[in-house]
Design a binder for this molecule. Structure first.
Ligand code: GRF
Length: 215
């Protein structure tokens, strides 16, 4: 399964995904990494793994849709099976989402539908929930709301702050994202409306549902 990954920041999820490809847990290639920020650590991560890495400057385009049209054209040249958002901090236009419908995935650091949008971990700490986590989901036009592939739950402790909770959640992000991509690559992910089934997976266990197999 060939993928193109979009990043804006540090790129730790990208690294976990690249490692899964490198060790052939996932077969195929990370063909290209694109960033909308020049200084994104994700660009260096890509280079470390010998993957082409490109910065595409949103400021060179007059509207969100123009930029996205440009990205779609560039991504299509790579002919990926899936487009992976890994810390891509830009609202996508409907044009972009329509272009890769059903083939666009994201990770969000909360148990959606709780705490959508930015600073999800801070939202969880501020709200005082006892559990939060992370979600890999298909992308639809409603922000952080598409069909859920896998979620991991982590406890929130009284002495947590945004940083400590983010670190705890991130450990699971690095496991569930490559796992979800592997399931997709194996053709086991079936979507029906909002509901997703991973064929042959174990359900009903904590902290990751469906249960991890490989990560
Ligand atoms: C992660 O917490 C991810 O869930 C969110 O943005 C962060 C990206 O981190 N969407 P990284 O760039 O993968 O290290």
């Amino acid at each position: 399964m060939d993928i193109v990954v979009l990043v804006s920041g540090r790129g730790s999820n990208l690294k976990a995904i690249c490692e899964a490809y490198k060790t052939e847990k996932i077969k195929g290639k990370v063909k290209l990494v694109i960033s909308n920020r020049k200084e994104a650590g994700g660009l260096s991560v890509a280079q470390e793994y010998g993957i082409p890495a490109e910065f595409h400057d949103p400021k060179a385009f007059s509207s969100r849709e123009d930029y996205d049209r440009h990205l779609v054209e560039r991504i299509r040249q790579e002919n990926p099976d899936i487009v992976v958002l890994a810390g891509y901090m830009r609202i996508l236009s409907d044009y972009f989402i329509d272009s890769f419908e059903g083939r666009l995935v994201n990770i969000h650091p909360s148990l959606i539908p709780a705490f959508k949008g930015i600073k999800a971990q801070k939202q969880a700490v501020d709200f005082g929930v006892r559990f939060s986590g992370c979600t890999v989901h298909f992308v639809t036009k409603e922000l952080d709301s598409g069909p859920i592939i896998v979620q991991a739950v982590v406890p929130v402790n009284p002495d947590d702050d945004e940083k400590t909770l983010s670190d705890r959640i991130l450990q699971y992000e690095h496991r569930i994202y490559p796992q979800a991509l592997k399931w997709i690559s194996e053709g086991r992910v079936k979507v029906s409306g909002r509901n997703v089934e991973v064929e042959g997976a174990r359900y009903g266990e904590l902290p990751v549902n469906p249960a991890l197999e490989d990560f």
